[in-house]
Design a protein around this ligand. Structure first.
Ligand code: FAD
Length: 516
């Protein structure tokens, strides 16, 4: 009897799976000018991501040559009785399969530029294709001596990919995240509608899409705010052994956000050094081995050091003496370890593109294409000391496997109407544990160890009631997503029902169950 039931159950499952499986032949009836392919190599190339921890094969890959291609494929899914998932893929630099989908269509946004970036010098903006890489946006605006205001640390990410999250770096304290620097977008919704939206025009869609994790529409064009581009950068790092002194200074520097440019730094970040990793760390090539301070000789409380990283931009017309004076005046107010100051000058582009240099080095050593169990958290300012004690000086236990970034941001530079969630405090920190898992025999570097450690950190925050929010969030159940969104959940749900009622888009985020 039990065997018969099991067989019946297996047959039912098979019928359901076959019923749900997308028949690629149906897709070829959709009017597409670009390239729709089921070629195994194309499928393989979009089945994994930077995180290298998940694998999901779509049925087909679309390389669009027009916005209508995107609209037609979504419309087909939306209107057909056998809908299927559709996910935009930027550069696939997600960690946990956010731009993947099983049994659906991946739209490759990158490398299919519909139009080159169009700069409007008078209005100081650039119109860009959603799959444009930020490095290419920069290159095109620099030709007019202009540049976007707000960045990510790494520029080989697409505009649509970072705007779906927030897009943050050391400029966010005064310009806000990248999503605070967008004037207008063209979006294809989950119904296949092509809509132009801004703060004044279709504002609900505009705010929904920004920080919307790809849930409400595919960004095909974004209008990004520009400023005159600096030519060079003074890049400074100073060290702290005392966490309170470090955060006090970081918070002081970001409190200057509305001061004139001469009286503040242009970029404020920082990182934590929990072990000898300082020299090996891919974000710290900057430290010269000939540096005047022997790092190991610093008396660090609990052996943890903190590095404040700041920059001052300058222009061709800037007077070098006055830059020196401005920097000196600001540094005088800080309480870092005396003589732990490292300074370099470099072209603005080289500063913005700094992580790419590290990437090339890691690639040459075979250390780039490895699993990346990253954990990015927004930590409220009121609990950052507890986080330091419990995580940097506790759970990490003098071991890490990649840079740990930490920097504060001002909440008032974030638009609460967007879909992103941040802690409910005026100042909150990004803590980014950017780890690489290695299979070199060292137990503390394995994927399992690092993933367990991430879980421990999240558990510690929960038990200590540190109300962190994940950045680049990753959850597997809707309950967890509801907890993540908190008071924002009803709005997110309403937006989804309005703009993507069949839950077709970006299913790799695992927020909503598709309705087919
Ligand atoms: P993908 O991974 O391809 O997509 C991410 C999500 O966005 C998916 O859900 C996808 O469906 C959706 N999506 C993609 N394109 C579109 C579109 N056109 N319209 C709507 N939805 C879309 N982030 C920061 O904020 N600051 C940093 O400094 C930073 N540094 C990073 C450095 C590295 C080395 C890496 C790997 C990541 C970094 N990130 C940083 C994270 C990064 O911003 C996100 O992972 C981002 O989503 C990656 O962009 P992508 O183009 O690869 O997007």
């Amino acid at each position: 009897m039990a065997t018969k039931l099991l067989v019946l159950f297996a047959i039912c499952r098979l019928i359901i799976i076959v019923g749900l499986t997308l028949n690629p032949n149906n897709l070829f009836s959709v009017e597409i000018n670009g390239h729709l392919t089921v070629d195994p190599d194309a499928i393989k190339s979009v089945s994994t991501d930077f995180g290298k921890m998940t694998h999901s094969e779509p049925t087909a890959v679309l390389r669009p040559t027009s916005v209508s291609d995107i609209s037609n494929i979504i419309k087909y899914s939306y209107e057909s009785s056998h809908g299927f998932a559709v996910s935009a893929r930027g550069h696939g630099h997600s960690i946990n399969g956010q731009s993947q989908t099983a049994n659906g269509v991946i739209i490759e946004m990158m490398g299919v530029n519909k139009f080159p970036p169009q700069v409007n010098e008078d209005m100081m903006y650039v119109d860009v294709w959603g799959g444009e890489l930020w490095i290419d946006v920069l290159e095109s605006t620099l030709k007019r001596e202009l540049a976007p205001k707000s960045w990510t640390d790494y520029l080989y990410l697409t505009v649509g990919g970072t705007l779906s999250n927030a897009g943050i770096s050391g400029q966010a304290f005064h310009h806000g995240p990248q999503i605070s620097n967008v004037h207008e977008m063209d979006v294809v919704t989950g119904k296949g509608d092509i809509v132009t939206c801004s703060i004044d025009k279709k504002p609900e869609l505009f705010h929904a899409v920004l920080g919307g994790l790809g849930q409400f529409g595919i960004i095909t064009r974004a209008r990004i705010a520009l400023e005159p581009s600096p030519q060079r950068v003074r890049w400074i790092r100073v060290l702290y052994s005392n966490f309170s002194a470090f955060t006090h200074d970081q918070e002081y520097l970001i409190s200057l956000h509305d001061q004139p440019q001469s009286q503040k730094f242009d970029y404020v970040e920082g990182f934590v050094i929990v072990d000898k990793g300082l020299i090996n760390n891919w974000r710290s090539s900057f430290f010269s081995p000939k540096n005047p301070v022997k790092i190991s000789s610093l008396k660090a409380g609990g052996n943890v050091l903190y590095c404040l990283e700041i920059t001052k931009n300058y222009y061709d017309w800037s007077n070098p003496d006055s830059i020196d004076q401005e920097v000196e005046a600001l540094l005088k107010k800080l309480n870092y370890v005396p003589a732990s100051e490292f300074t370099t000058n470099l072209p603005y582009v080289d500063f913005l593109d700094r992580v790419h240099k590290a990437e090339l080095k890691l690639r040459s050593k075979g250390l780039w294409d490895v699993p990346h169990p990253w954990l990015n958290l927004f930590v409220p300012k009121s609990r950052i000391d507890d986080f330091d004690k419990g995580v940097f000086k506790g759970i990490l236990g003098n071991k890490t496997s990649g840079p740990i970034l930490i920097y504060p941001m001002n909440k008032n530079m974030w638009d609460d109407r967007s879909s992103v969630v941040i802690p409910d405090e005026d100042v909150f920190y990004l803590v980014a544990l950017l780890r690489s898992a290695l299979d070199n025999g060292e137990e503390t570097l394995t994927l399992k160890h690092l993933s367990d450690e991430n879980r421990k950190i999240l558990k510690f925050c929960k038990e200590s009631q540190i109300k962190v929010k994940q950045y680049l969030p990753h959850y597997r159940t809707q309950e967890d997503w509801m907890e993540h969104y908190g008071d924002k959940w009803p709005q997110i749900y309403r937006r989804k029902m309005e703009f993507d009622p069949r839950r077709i888009l970006a299913t790799g985020q695992k927020i909503f169950e598709p309705s087919f």
